[in-house]
Ligand binder design. Sequence first.
Ligand code: SF4
Ligand code: SF4
Length: 318
Amino acid sequence: MEEVSGLLYDIQPFSVQDGPGIRTTVFLKGCPLHCPWCHSPESQAFYPQISWISMRCSGTEVCKESCLKACTKGALEKGAMGMDTLTQTPIQYVHVNRQLCDNCGDCAVDCYPKALYVCGTRYTVEEVMKKVRQDKPFFEHSGGGVTISGGEALSQSEFTLTLLKQLKEEGFHTALDTTGFAPWEIVEKTLPYTDLYLYDLKHMDSDIHRMTVGVPNEIIKDNLRGIAAAGGKVQIRIPVIPQFNDNDDVMRRTAEFVKELGPDAVTVVQLLPYHNLGVAKHLRISDEIVFEAIPPSDARMEEIKQIFVERGIPAMIH
Ligand code: SF4
Ligand code: SF4
């Protein structure tokens, strides 16, 4: 029988942001949502993508145009001029024409600084297990474990379920970082193998949710109610996005919804202030203009936190 595999864009050891203790986070590629503020835009597409990082590029002269010559689709062209950070001399950058590029990866083969690279690699469950087993001593000393994240991990449900089962079988603490946008039949199957859900809530109004991130929110709210009713533990994550959900009314409605889930289910509400680190990452894979805003102030974040605390909900910023 063919081994179950998943399309990943990273496996990150020593993570302290994705659940309790020191964790290894497995990032799956592909997401049914398209949040304009996404801080990992490379996670959105369900296929491997050619990416280019300007800071790594040494310029076409140094490389004798090897990448340009490798592209037989006419998709790689000379782009803007850059500056060599060491010598402070002008260098010729390249540019991926996304209309012509089929993400074959040929141009990346001889790019030694890895300015061009293919984002997205298939791993079998056993290949992931081999990596996380190496980190086990760090988990044991810190109360950590393994987090499966994305993208949306439940979009690759067979891989995610198989990995969760294997992790539990070997005694790892498991966390599942999810948008909640998946059929309940899939979410339900994760319950016996998931110690903690890191569950995103973005907006209580379904129309605004759909217009902004591309999908409605009813299924997300229903799945969260279902997890809570089944005894699952949930850490709610709310990205605080200017002009989207950072007003008192939205946050009050969110807090009321969270309160209904009950203190047994919700371990904490994590308020994540918008930051613009995703903008530079977005340019690695796209020419499109991306959402950019002024991050909320510390004082505003504190006010939002109080909306939850006043209702007896434990809350933290970041
Ligand atoms: S993308 Fe890579 S191969 Fe092409 S010029 Fe830059 S460093 Fe050289
Ligand atoms: S990934 Fe393939 S098609 Fe795209 S720029 Fe590179 S060589 Fe050309």
